[in-house]
Ligand binder design. Sequence first.
Ligand SMILES: C[S@@+](CC[C@H](N)C(=O)[O-])C[C@H]1O[C@@H](n2cnc3c(N)ncnc32)[C@H](O)[C@@H]1O
Length: 386
Amino acid sequence: MADAAATTQLAGIILDRIRTRGDITFASFMESALYEPGLGYYTSAGRKVGAEGDFYTSMNVHESFGRLIAREICRFWELLGSPSSFTIAEAGAGGGQLALDILDGISQFSQAAYGSLTYRLVEKEPSLKEVQAARLARHSGHLAWSTPEELASGALKFTGCVISNELFDAMPVHIVEMTEDGLQEVYVTADADGFRERLAAPSTPELAQYLQKFQVRLMPGQRGEINLNAPAWIASAAATLERGFVLTIDYGFLAEELYTPQRKNGTLLCYHRHSTSEDPYQLVGEQDITTHINFSQLMEAGKDVGLKTVWYGEQYRFLLGVGLMEELVRLEAQAKTEQESLKHRLALKKLMLPEGGMGDTFKVLIQAKGVENPQLLCMRKWGMGL
Ligand SMILES: C[S@@+](CC[C@H](N)C(=O)[O-])C[C@H]1O[C@@H](n2cnc3c(N)ncnc32)[C@H](O)[C@@H]1O
């Protein structure tokens, strides 16, 4: 485990806090490591995503990712009866790159949809608003901002969609472990050398209830991560939507695949400058900490609040359905050199490929409220026109 003196200011603060107030759950440690005001990974200065950051997300790979999502959003707008007021709320909007590609796309695909549009950015780190506003300047008449708390309150109401890319994987999780003595939770404690883990009785009965709900049987020694905040988030998205869609893109699995014995140590992974580690106690506040998400949990939470799952599948299937091949043909026709053409092909391949790419591990979930049997673009049979 990491030595406090050898690591970051934030590590020192959390260690002091533990020494004075007592051990904390892993979820509480992760909340501080990622979101401690001014010092957490997402709440401190510095580029996180992209070549100069610590990891790539799909939108950094190619603008087509956002353009293709824009196509599906135009379909949402049509299915909702082409309303004169339509809102896209993006949660975890980061620096606004996905918003830019989506807004550019919609403005090209449908002036009527674009005319009806408000794009509402929701981001936990408030200082990113300035970055977003600058990046999105050419769409300034269509922008609005809300805090996560405003979204969570359910006070916002609109027709449209709530979208996110890699939001849930950045939410704090509890970690449980099955032992000879039954289910235990991972707590973070501090000794003279720094952080240590210790197992003790779960901090809340919700953890055992969760495992029961998803029929998860952890083997002795097996760990699993549990996000207890996701259902409330889905409930607030549902409360916000008068009618519309929730589109979630993230890496993860259904419960039965997520908690298999092969994933004995769970799925927690840390990213720093494009390399990975499984030690969340080093570089505290300077490395990202993520876990794969349980899509069954989002689907079940949706059912409880009137959100029906209308599509779920791998990112590559979604992208093909919404027009990736057509997008590639367009890009190749526009390319001025073979090198430019190759660049587009490689980027789009990365979004699709299972091994080493983002096509398979990443999934897309679309939930609908107040729309019966929507015929979405991603449902299109391959080979049929858009
Ligand atoms: C992994 S990053 C993804 C950023 C961007 N969507 C992308 O794909 O590059 C997760 C982002 O979600 C933000 N975030 C975490 N919890 C949030 C919440 N409840 N509401 C809004 N933003 C949140 C973080 O601050 C961070 O910017």
